[in-house]
Design a protein around this ligand. Structure first.
Ligand code: TYD
Length: 209
């Protein structure tokens, strides 16, 4: 038996990490084996690449090098953690996955969606989540949550200009409307319990009864 793969996507401050943990706990309570993980990161190699991407001093990366680094981190994560977990029958709950590369390096950075998907085919044999939960929140509410979490310490990508993040957001919305069988759009406003309830309801038939 193989497990199910659920990813969380959306802009910064939408509450993805909180909701990923809450979902993982709810699945464990149903007796399922669950691996909760995040990108960029999730394995030692991918966490090392995360540091290169988000915190290393210096001139930073061009859009293409950045896309390759995210794909390399994802490749390690898929090969060493995600695929083995799914093959052992566990559920994998991942805070960001491929669609973040499509939205940030593609929509934000200007690479084509075909190029991002080609990197993913090479790096991760095209593995896709069974369900992708796209958490939406208006920019004002997200900024308020981020100010509480990060203060003035946004990372190298989170700190990019407003126009970049607007392109990221429209790319996510486009994917969600183009791939309605995989994406669920979840209203992330309000208190975490209410959002969690919306998420459980949206997973519907994926959940064992
Ligand atoms: P992180 O702190 O993990 O996420 P968040 O701020 O959403 O809680 O930071 C990860 C950053 O990396 C975030 O700005 C999104 C970005 N990112 C990409 O640009 N491409 C990707 O493929 C992934 C996985 C993340």
């Amino acid at each position: 038996m193989t497990g199910r793969f659920v990813s969380f996507e959306g802009g910064e401050g939408a509450g993805k990490s909180t909701q990923a943990c809450m979902l993982a706990n709810a699945l464990v309570a149903r007796g399922l084996e669950v691996v909760v993980t995040r990108e960029p990161g999730g394995t030692p190699g991918a966490e090392a690449i995360r540091k290169l991407l988000l915190t290393t001093e210096g001139e930073g990366w061009g859009a293409r090098a950045e896309a390759l680094l995210f794909a390399a981190a994802r490749s390690d994560h898929v090969e060493r953690l995600i695929r083995p977990a799914l093959e052992s029958g566990a559920w994998v709950v991942c805070d960001r996955f491929l669609d973040s590369s499509r939205a940030y390096q593609g929509g934000g950075g200007g690479l084509s969606d075909d190029d991002i998907l080609a990197l993913h085919r090479v790096g991760s044999e095209g593995l896709l989540p069974d369900r992708t939960l796209f958490l939406t929140l208006d920019a004002g509410e997200a900024a308020g949550r981020l100010a509480l979490r990060d203060g003035d310490n946004a990372d190298r990508i989170g700190g990019r200009e407003r126009a970049y993040h607007d392109r990221v957001d429209s790319a996510f919305r486009r994917f969600a409307s183009d791939e309605p069988e995989r994406f669920v759009v979840v209203d992330a406003s309000g208190d975490p319990q209410a959002v969690h309830a919306r998420i459980l309801a949206s997973l519907g038939e994926l959940l064992p009864s």
